[in-house]
Design a protein. Sequence first.
Length: 200
Amino acid sequence: MTCRYCEKDAVYKCAVCGRPICTEHVRLRTLCTSCIKKHRLEYTIGKATSEGERKTIQKLVKRFWGELEQLAFDRKFIVTGLPAYVAKAKNHVAGFVSYAESEDALIIVALGVLPEYQTLGIGKELIKEVECEAMHMHKRRVLVSTSNDDLPALAFYQSLGFQIYEVKPNVIAEKHRAVLQGIGGLSTRDELRLRKTLGE
């Protein structure tokens, strides 16, 4: 699915009209609750186990971030080599979350939901699965990081109880050896780190 304004891959959908848009053409604005359309969709969530699911995750990672390697918490991760949960709707992968283990936490390395399945609660349910996995593994916290321009992700994680606790200036710019143009034309430079303590 491509952006309604250009031929780039869409990674978001407009909250008002529902059309697909890329990071260059997304704009952030305040909306009232009644302007966000609510739809219901049947979907299932389970651990990614098949080769087909892994290949789909690989395609989604390249679509959303353009590369398989993600930098988070001073570690480099190849997303397709990590454990993951997938959400399936209509026999297709609608989204996924991959995670890695640290000493006392699980790190959410990548979370992606296809634009046509956004605003349906899939991302929230995928995060819940990671939180359950963390508790099962006796981890006290779940960590996630995002870039300074990704305000939709920042709002999403905070709405689920995550709190910003650290900003790592220029980490993303140094990784790419350039300041990239991000969402809504914002410069992408910094890594924002968030955490959620479980059981609170």
